[in-house]
Design a binder for this molecule. Structure first.
Ligand code: NAD
Length: 469
């Protein structure tokens, strides 16, 4: 769907008019394109006392091939960067308030901060550096999971990083995102896929999020960064159109063989989408009682490595006016069908060990929404699946995560009444709706072989929506 306001205020005439009337001007977000470098520009490094992640950071920055500049608070970076053979320099704050747009990203290693008396290091870095960050720049703060900290002071200090990061996302303008990554002790060599995702244009609409990386049982395999899913099979439900078609497209572009499922009445669209991707089309209603067995049979002895539970419907009414059928079908398609399918695919070993389950939730499942009690119940239940299954699945090296989209421009949101639709679009830090590809790219990061330590996570793809924040 088209956001006419965004297009208008980014035209020469519209931009002048918006400026003179003081209207908001949403940024045209920089998204991933195969014909543009994914990583470029300067990355400023900041650090608190005893930073424990600089070595891991230097490894990743070296592989990305970007130039780093060290803030005066990150004294350890220069010698370390030299040892790693990195191009590096000193960060120089800009004079005045005007953004000079010099920097592409700000990275702060806060892992060693173990007391609130040490927060001045955060202030010094972001006070100096945020205004030097260019359009669609990236802020990533790295810490340690508070719940694993040795004492209350340390837990408190690490927990405080959430407030800082979310505020930076709200203060920054011009398509800048800010996210927080908690890295468990011993998981340092598992940060690369997550860091790449948050530094890349692939995460254009993901801001204000907190992600935990744990120690993965596997690792060390060589990764093909161009086509990381080569040789893997991915099942995507609701793949005929909208977000599902985009997920199928991104996973196929990353090398996966996609098996797309959609309802029999969408067979034409599904066949067309799968033909373009050299995928396999299965016209099944996922809510039918025979669907799990049919899916397992269709996957046969080849099994599957990635399951994306994307199919979903809405039937909105306040609960007093909602029919029992509307209540039941939304819960059944959006939640119970996922449970039934996974039970069969896990039991039979059709989902291979080391696999990925990725569910599509919604910010309605986090915040609740008037007129969506059925939908919000189902989507909160999806989060429950992720939280309840992550620990058990770890034994089979299977990860389970969810994306919770906010307002994404699709058929689903096109049916929302205009005034509510416009509010949904603008009430976020990016002042615009997201695109299906923003959800698809987030799913591709979860699906990546290098994301083995990322499990039990719910990441909102909502441009830092005010709903449920
Ligand atoms: P969409 O309506 O454009 O696409 C959903 C697809 O799922 C359709 O192709 C539909 O035929 C298929 N489907 C529905 N019931 C099915 C069934 N029983 N069996 C098989 N396939 C079935 O919707 P979308 O906007 O692309 O949404 C995709 C997912 O993202 C949904 O789970 C939705 O709840 C979620 N989501 C969307 C938004 C948004 O803003 N668009 C926001 C939050 C969450």
């Amino acid at each position: 769907m088209n956001d006419s306001y965004l297009n208008f205020v980014n035209s020469p005439f519209g931009a002048r008019l918006a400026r003179s009337l003081g209207l908001p001007k949403p940024e045209v977000l920089r998204r991933y394109r195969t014909d543009r470098p994914e990583f470029e520009g300067l990355v400023a490094i900041g650090a608190g006392p005893q930073p424990g992640l600089l070595d891991a950071l230097a490894d990743v920055i070296g592989r990305l091939g970007v130039t780093s500049v060290a803030h005066e608070g990150a004294g350890l970076w220069m010698p370390l960067a030299n040892r790693h053979g990195l191009m590096t320099g000193r960060f120089e704050p800009v004079d005045g308030d005007a953004s000079q747009g010099r920097l592409a990203a700000l990275l702060f290693d806060a892992s060693g901060i173990d007391d609130s008396s040490q927060f001045d290091a955060l202030y010094a870095f972001f006070h100096d550096a945020l205004r030097s960050l260019g359009k669609c720049g990236r802020v990533v703060v790295l810490g340690r999971p508070p719940e694993a900290c040795a004492n209350p002071r340390q837990w408190t200090a690490q927990r405080a990083l959430e407030g800082l990061t979310r505020s930076l996302g709200k203060e920054a303008r011009g398509g800048i995102t800010a996210n927080l990554v908690y890295v468990a002790q011993g998981a340092e060599d598992g940060i690369e896929t997550t860091l790449r995702f948050f530094l890349s244009p692939r995460s254009a609409y993901v801001s204000g999020q907190v992600v935990r990386i744990g120690k993965a049982a596997s690792g060390g395999e060589a990764i093909d960064w161009k086509q990381p899913l080569t040789g893997l099979r991915a099942l995507v439900t609701g793949a005929a159109r909208g977000i599902g078609a985009s997920i199928a497209g991104v996973l196929a572009a990353e090398g996966a063989h996609v098996i797309g499922i959609d309802i029999p009445s969408a067979k034409g669209a599904l066949d067309a989408t799968m033909r373009q991707l050299n995928g396999t089309a299965l016209a099944f209603d996922i809510a039918a009682s025979e669907a799990p067995a049919q899916i397992a049979a269709a996957l046969d002895e080849n099994g599957v490595d990635i399951i994306v539970h994307n199919a979903g419907i809405t039937k909105d009414k306040t609960i007093a006016k909602m029919s029992e059928a509307a209540w039941h079908s939304v819960i059944d398609i959006n939640l119970s069908a996922q449970e039934r399918i996974d039970d069969v695919l896990l039991e039979a070993g059709t989902l291979r060990d080391g696999g990925r389950i990725i569910c599509v939730s919604s910010i309605s499942g986090i915040a609740g929404n008037r007129g969506q009690s059925n939908y919000a119940t189902s989507k909160a239940g999806v989060i429950g699946r992720v939280e309840s299954m992550a620990a058990t699945l770890r034994e089979r090296r299977i990860t389970i995560n969810a994306v919770a989209p906010g307002f994404i421009e699709t058929h689903m949101t096109a049916t929302i009444p205009l005034a509510i639709r416009e509010a949904g679009r603008r009430m976020n830090s990016m002042s615009q709706g997201g695109q299906p590809v923003d959800v698809a790219q987030t799913i591709a990061w979860f699906a990546h072989p290098g994301s083995a330590g990322v499990t039990g996570q719910v990441v909102r793809v909502c441009g830092q929506s005010l709903l449920g924040a």
